[in-house]
Ligand binder design. Structure first.
Ligand SMILES: [Zn+2]
Length: 281
């Protein structure tokens, strides 16, 4: 068994092949969580998950790069409807109080991806932070895991991980993953100190990813790693540059086994157990 903890088969590049890709995953016992980045892609992730009995799940949320694009890009109530009603989205008779509402889809396993992204600009910091905290609150309300995205400014002057750390510490976030982790060893240790998981993508297979490889070897225990593809992006070696797919999570697992000097089977066993525990599936 393999578990791709972060993919976007709900995105347009899979529009015509999503079923073929996921049916093949089912056949090969590869479980997948599709991650939303805006409301429509979140809804799509839920629709896709509802097509499968098990092994395909959804995370719903608004990516920081989309948080300023329209007013109220993260509409709390719409996301509550998605959780309580499902992708059919018959709007609930809202009494204004969601507490105790039935939880109608067991296919939504997390909130996100949310977080902070300063790569293009830091000028949206406040709106990103506000949207991030709202999603932390949604995860808490429904006792769901949280998927955190972070990206530093282009020149490296503004560190997203320090800002993320401050927020999640203050908000007492515990069940979260820092997806596609791009920080240093001290930052990884800080996050793990709060009980968080570290997301490792196909980047770990790249020849020039020396810092990440040494962190995986020496700093991050196997029990704290979630493997992911981030499909359609970041295809691992030897498929670098192609459209990624969940099947390629195997290359990530193989590289981690090599770095940890353990068998591929043992790595898969622990890495799958981590993801199942994190998502509670
Ligand atoms: Zn992603």
């Amino acid at each position: 068994m393999l578990f791709d903890s972060h993919a976007h088969i709900n995105f347009e590049s899979f529009e015509n092949i999503w079923k073929e890709v996921l049916d093949d995953c089912q056949k090969n016992d590869i479980w997948v969580v599709n991650i939303g980045s805006q409301f429509p892609t979140s809804k799509r992730a839920v629709e896709i998950a509802e097509e499968y009995e098990k092994g395909v799940y959804a995370s719903i949320g608004v990516h920081p790069i989309h948080s300023h694009e329209q007013e109220n890009a993260f509409d709390y109530k719409k996301f509550v409807d998605l959780i309580t009603v499902g992708a059919g989205l018959v709007p609930a008779q809202d009494s204004g109080d969601h507490k105790g509402r039935p939880y109608n889809t067991n296919k939504i396993v997390a909130i996100g991806e949310t977080g902070l992204d300063f790569f293009h600009s830091a000028k949206y910091f406040e709106i990103q932070k506000k949207t991030f905290i709202e999603q932390i609150n949604l995860a808490k309300e429904f006792d769901l895991s949280l998927i955190i995205h972070g990206r530093n400014s282009k020149d490296g002057a503004i560190n997203c991980y320090q800002e993320i750390y401050k927020i999640i510490k203050k908000e007492k976030v515990k069940n979260a993953v820092v997806h596609c982790f791009g920080g240093n060893a001290d930052e990884a240790k800080q996050f793990m100190g709060l009980g968080l998981y570290i997301g490792v993508t196909g980047i770990v297979t790249f020849k020039n990813a020396k810092e990440l490889q040494s962190m995986v070897r020496d700093v991050i225990p196997l029990e704290k790693i979630l493997i992911e593809t981030d499909s359609p992006y970041l295809a691992p070696d030897p498929h670098r540059g192609e459209q990624n797919k969940p099947q390629y999570v195997e290359y990530v697992a193989r590289k981690i086994a090599e770095l940890k000097n353990i068998s591929y089977e043992k790595a898969c066993e622990v890495l799958c157990a981590n993801a199942r525990k994190f998502y509670n599936v």
